[in-house]
Design a protein around this ligand. Structure first.
Ligand code: ADP
Length: 666
């Protein structure tokens, strides 16, 4: 303290004292408490002017601000949960069902683990008695055994949550017992009791899967707390299961369902976006030695939520930056893995934090883009786009009432006619989800709010009709592209699947004098380019079968163009569409624009099955397509679609390019 001037000295003492109190109040686990106290001693010895002082101070403050033991209590009332989920969300039956199952399992397991079952194994009767006595004060059901062999016999009769075993015993020692338990009862946690002299064998036991070890002579509190943690772990591990991953286009309700789950469980809800995360440190934090070091996002979000068991949504896991995928993914694996995350170490915090009671939900647009080892741990639940009818229903029941509330119109709620809602969906949105639709409804509500305030007429409810929509939202933005386009030779309609849902594309082909070149332009990715090459080669090698002159490519160039849309499209399913555009051009037969084609093309002209059928069919309906031609092998996907999705469409199935020609070309 000799380092400080008088005033500095005083105020520093106050600060140190305050920190001491904060540490005491923070309910840190013993090992963190020790770290915090050591750091406090260290900074109390240096001048506040030194950089280490403020780094240490901020660090201790941070440690005390973490919710080490703060948890909200789960509501496990299934009826309440079901009610909340259906109040917030229309449809999504399978997703809700999965969540309710999750709650039911949790409830059952918790009720079973109400009185944890303990087995104490030691060949010294006094030791057994002692331990039983210490632990009998807690609410455990305790049994004892005098050797490993006797313990195994007891385990055959009924399972135990935690086994406390001595190491050296006749008739099967602790290590052998541990090995047997790991094989036959992997859920049971084993705590090894050892004399100081045999700490080495205790660490060997940990390597073999023991949960913890206690050294003799033990302190009572130490035993109680080790057993308590083991009991909690054995219950929470079996409840965990896999991590849910919601995958689907934007606006299909992934986030809001996550919020619904949090509300149903009575937990806090937080989100972290993983899109563009480049550096492992963003997940796991920077070491404190690094200037400007910061904690990682996971621990920071937990701190902000001020609870150790929030529902934490990790958004856009499929958009993590590619180059750093391995590092960031392994950090994430550690975060998500229930076996490892009870001792998650953020580099900044530099002490284990128990993440095992956080409920993680991850989201992605396309599950296939998730890094393989991560995908392995996830239980993917697909969210797909909505049909027009579903959108109308959701707008009427959820989006409009919510916007009316949010824009202050509850006193004189406007009435949206069915036609008006349909017009907004058809003419002002083009999406698989509902984001734009909600935005347009919000715009209308704001305009009405302004009108009410300007004209001072709060009691009159306005009727929003289809005719009024254009006045409020301006000229229509989207048309039924396929239905209204003119049929021409060389232009065909295709269905593709993108991250934002399904979409239609128009493939254009043109022929001119040149030197046998295939020119490819527009929003074609690498796979589409290859499909175009394959389509041309197939037609050239089968020219006679299509009644084309064998030398049609002599002295000509052929140009294939896919006009750019908002989102780059790629994938093999445009192969058949490109082949039809080329045939339409070369045969000079116009193609029907309201017939959409999707299929991968083999060099031999076979049409191979494609993915994303549901999204493609929704896109076809949105664009006013009347007939869809798909590979024969996709018939089963169509059969499995709900009837209302297929209502206005005719379906044909093709095995080869020839099968498609007369459906598409006029
Ligand atoms: P995502 O996370 O998939 O991008 P959001 O959860 O943000 O989608 O949903 C966008 C909007 O649409 C939200 O306002 C949400 O409440 C609403 N929404 C989406 N699906 C449904 C549904 N099935 N029922 C009611 N509202 C929905």
């Amino acid at each position: 303290m000799g380092l400080f001037r008088k005033g500095e000295d005083n105020s520093q003492l106050v600060i140190i004292d305050e920190l001491k109190q904060k540490i005491a109040a923070s309910e840190m686990p013993a090992e963190v408490l020790e770290i915090a106290e050591n750091e406090l001693t260290a900074i109390s010895r240096i001048s506040p002017a030194m950089a280490e002082y403020s780094i240490g101070l901020t660090y201790i403050e941070y440690l005390t601000s973490l919710p080490w033991k703060k948890k909200t209590e789960d509501h496990l009332d299934l009826n309440r949960a079901e009610k909340i989920l259906s109040e917030r969300h229309f449809g999504l039956g399978n997703v809700k069902e999965r969540i309710l199952e999750h709650l039911a399992v949790k409830k059952l397991l918790l009720s079973q683990s109400k009185q944890p079952h303990l087995l104490i194994v030691d060949d010294e009767e006094v030791a057994v008695k002692n331990l039983s006595h210490i632990l009998s004060k807690e609410d455990y059901k305790i049994e004892t055994a005098l050797s490993g062999a006797e313990a195994l016999k007891k385990m055959e009769v009924s399972p135990f949550d935690v086994v406390l075993t001595d190491l050296r015993m006749q008739k099967m020692g602790g290590i052998e017992l541990l090995e047997n338990i790991k094989v036959s009862y992997p859920e049971t946690k084993v705590i090894v009791i050892t004399a100081y002299a045999s700490i080495e064998s205790a660490t060997e036991a940990i390597k073999k899967g023991a949960f913890n070890y206690i050294t003799k002579p033990f302190k009572l509190d130490e035993v109680r707390s080790a057993v308590k943690i083991a009991v909690e772990r054995s219950a929470s591990l079996s409840i965990k299961g896999s991590i849910l991953c919601f995958a689907g286009p934007p606006g299909t309700g992934k986030t809001s369902l996550g919020q619904g789950i949090a509300e149903a469980l009575g937990r806090k809800f937080s989100r972290i976006s993983l899109g563009g995360v480049r550096d492992e440190a963003e997940i796991r934090g920077h070491r404190r030695t690094y200037a400007g070091a910061m904690p990682g996002r996971i621990i920071e979000e937990i701190r902000r939520a001020q609870t150790a068991n929030p529902v934490l949504m990790l958004d856009e896991i499929d958009k993590m930056h590619n180059e750093s995928r391995v590092d960031t993914a392994s950090a994430l694996l550690e975060v998500l893995d229930p076996e490892q995350n009870q001792g998650f170490i953020d580099h900044y915090v530099d002490a284990p934090f128990d993440l095992s009671s956080v409920m993680f939900i991850v989201t992605a647009n396309v599950a296939d883009n998730i890094y393989e080892p991560l995908l392995d741990r996830l239980e993917v639940i697909e969210f797909s786009g909505y049909t027009e009818e579903e959108k109308e229903m959701i707008a009427e029941r959820y989006l409009i009432p919510r916007q009316i509330r949010q824009q202050g119109l509850s006193q004189c709620p406007p009435e949206f006619t069915v036609e008006a809602v349909a017009k907004i969906i058809q003419s002002y949105t083009k999406e698989a989800g509902l984001r734009n639709l909600e935005r347009q409804i919000a715009t209308i509500c704001r305009k009405i709010a302004k009108e009410i305030v300007l004209n001072n007429c709060p009691s009159k409810s306005k009727k929003v009709t289809a005719e009024l929509i254009e006045d409020m939202l301006g000229p229509r933005k989207y048309y039924f592209d396929a239905a209204t386009a003119k049929n021409r030779a060389g232009i065909t309609t295709g269905l593709v699947w993108t991250e934002t849902g399904g979409d239609i594309i128009f493939v254009e082909a043109a022929k001119m004098w040149g030197s046998k070149e295939l020119i490819l332009t527009g929003s074609l990715g690498a796979v589409m380019r290859e499909s175009a090459q394959a389509a041309l080669s197939y037609i050239r090698s089968n020219a006679a079968a299509f009644n084309l002159a064998e030398d049609f490519f002599e002295n000509h160039d052929i140009h294939v163009h896919v006009p750019a849309g908002g989102i780059p499209k790629d994938g093999p399913s445009a192969g058949a569409t490109i082949a039809m555009a080329l045939l339409s051009l070369l045969l000079a037969r116009p193609a029907r624009r309201d017939v959409a084609v999707s299929g991968e093309l083999s060099l031999g002209g076979r049409i191979l099955p494609v993915g994303g059928i549901r999204e493609k069919i929704l896109a076809a309906s949105r664009a006013g397509v009347v007939e869809v031609i798909l590979p024969v092998k996709n018939k089963v996907d169509i059969d499995n679609l709900p009837e209302n999705m297929k209502k206005n469409l005719k379906f044909s199935f093709a095995e080869s390019v020839e099968d498609m020609v007369d459906h598409v070309l006029i």
